[in-house]
Design a protein around this ligand. Structure first.
Ligand SMILES: Nc1ncnc2c1ncn2[C@@H]1O[C@H](COP(=O)(O)OP(=O)(O)O)[C@@H](O)[C@H]1O
Ligand SMILES: [Mg+2]
Length: 230
């Protein structure tokens, strides 16, 4: 039985965020509160343009709020300097996007090792990257150039790269938005297995209702607030 206490990994405290473009103001979040438990899986769902990516990027420390606090294990992350925040992000948060952003011309292994090359030991990073690639089912492709892989395989490399530093939090923005049904399903299953195996909190933006249905919670954005949905 799982005896871990339920603790908050992330708390959004009265977060407001909007954009001004062409003299038009769009408010996305208005004094929104939200909390994410350690180990939880959450889907952010809803129509295009409601602010799902904005919310994910904000939680991933990529885009600061206009006001309010993002607490991660009780620490106000946006109070960090940019350098400190970048180090925190590199170690603690893994990202997967709809487009894989792999570096063409480099191998599967080299791409997976990238987040560890800033100040890690190359040999241990390489061993770890091989383990991660094995875990996502790509052991026989480690020396292939990423452009020679299928779309599903490329997204698995992106996932292995996101896992390299052992993040506490995986953020995925429409990770299977470009994949066919079969590849999507296997990536969905893989993400949920990794959540359990690695005790890694997972937040995904997805339009796939099957995938959203596999998560512990589903939320959307309504009138500036983050609200539960079916
Ligand atoms: N950097 C930006 N500058 C101006 N407007 C933006 C910016 N990022 C997002 N927006 C606007 O904010 C709204 C929400 O965008 P987004 O978070 O990408 O929505 P979703 O991911 O739900 O489709 C959209 O109207 C979008 O055009
Ligand atoms: Mg989006």
């Amino acid at each position: 039985m799982d005896k871990r206490p339920l603790t908050d990994l992330i708390v959004l405290d009265e977060i407001s965020k909007g954009f001004n473009s062409h003299n038009v103001r769009t408010d996305i979040l208005i004094q929104a509160d939200f909390s994410v438990l350690r180990g939880e899986t959450i889907a952010i769902v809803g129509a295009s343009g409601i602010g799902k990516s904005t919310l994910l990027n904000l939680m991933g420390t990529l885009d600061p709020p206009d006001s309010g606090k993002l607490m991660f294990e009780g620490i106000d992350l946006y109070s960090y300097s940019e350098d400190k925040l970048a180090r925190f992000r590199n170690k603690r948060i893994g990202f997967v996007f709809q487009f894989h952003y792999l570096l063409q011309g480099f191998s599967t292994l080299e791409n997976t090792m990238m987040p560890g090359l800033i100040n890690g030991n190359k040999k241990s990073i390489e061993n770890h990257a091989v383990n991660m690639l094995e875990r996502v089912g790509l052991k026989n492709k480690i020396l292939d150039r990423v452009e020679d892989l299928s779309g599903g395989e490329q997204q698995r490399v992106a996932l292995a790269r996101a896992l390299l530093m052992g993040p506490d939090l995986l953020l995925a923005d429409e990770p299977t938005g470009n994949l066919d049904k079969k590849n999507s399903q296997s990536v969905h299953e893989l993400i949920l297995e990794l959540n359990k195996e690695l005790d890694m909190t997972v937040i995904v933006v997805t339009h796939n209702s099957d995938f959203a249905g596999m998560m512990d919670k589903r939320v959307t954005i309504e009138e500036g607030k983050i609200v539960p949905t079916i």
